[in-house]
Ligand binder design. Sequence first.
Ligand SMILES: [Zn+2]
Length: 426
Amino acid sequence: MPRILTLAFILSVQIADAQISSNAIKIRDSVYMAPVTGNVYLVTTPAGNVVIDTATAAMAPDAKKLLTGENHGPVKYIILTHGHADHIGGISLWKEAGTQIIAQRNYVEFVNYVTRLDGFFSPRNAAAFGGLPDEIGPWRGNFGAKIDPTILFNEKYEFELGGLKFELFSTPGETPDHLTVWIPAYKIAFMGDNYAGAGIPEPMSFPNIYTLRGTKPRWALDWIKSIDTVLALKPEIVLSGHGDPIVGNAEITRRLMRFRDAIQYVHDEVVKGMNSGKDVYTLMQEIKLPSSYNLSESFGKVSWSVRGIYDGYAGWFDTNPATMYEEPPSSVYPDLVKLAGGPDPVVQMALQKLAEGKPVEALHLTDVVLAYDAKNSAALKARLKALDYLEQKCRNFIEEGWLQYGIAKAKERLASSNYHPLASGQ
Ligand SMILES: [Zn+2]
């Protein structure tokens, strides 16, 4: 078993279950769930069906097979809880002539933003989650995304199908276009990824108010308000984009309030710290989530969210005049190596830091040496040791992904630094 229960493992279990079963999960009469990578839901009515989210393109056919095994009715509406790829990959599979596709209006800019920067995001997604980057074609321009929705709304949208009323609310959180689907007759709320962003089982994880693969600010106060919107509906069932249903208003309230309060706590501590003049690194070190919230940090890390909130409010300038200019701190790293008399003393100091249990300081020191000599094998070996040390202690699967990425990169460089054309006979 790996050191931590990775998302891939959790999802692979879900996928395996879905593939073994020939049936979708019946939530109640006329509501079905296909538990694939990004749950897909089918709500049936006498006048046709509503599909909520569509999974990744790769998993969408499996989800469709499970759900159409329950009901073959015409698809009158597809509702997209948000524009992430694991929710919109199967739209074309479900879309029929006359199917209406509904999203919150921010969907348009969100998918344009993701498409605008696809060459930037592709390798980062691959690094964070493992696997190879997608093939990216020529730049599609600033507004090059395919916009599937036929109905866009701002705050609220309602419709009725087969006597069943659907209410859709704008609930920005993990993304600015998040929406919640509410079926009053069933007291079911479909929350997208605003609660269970990765389907981590109880005790849930703190969310990613910032995610390392790159994101615009995820505004904490919006997210809190959105959870309040869901709580005010008094749902009896909450269905998420990932993970299992939450059943019973008492349990839903307990979990959502705890989650909301944790976001509020971290947000407010950052704001108080900013107002008292503390810098972002101090706050990343100081702000800890009290254990009473009983949330792990296996998905979102509090320190990353502290920085996400800080930078979301303040941007990049840290008041140090040196930071205003184009030359980064690393521009003088080679000079520091020269001052030290060469790479060896700096590498030794990195190893010393590691021995003292300071792997991040060790990494910084290897950065100093590698700015002087990018293929310095002693520095690369020290770097690998520091990354291994961090990976052994790691309890967050996104952090683990980036550590493994760093290890692979260091090994690549080490292999090329050991390459001696004469020795290899070429
Ligand atoms: Zn998702």
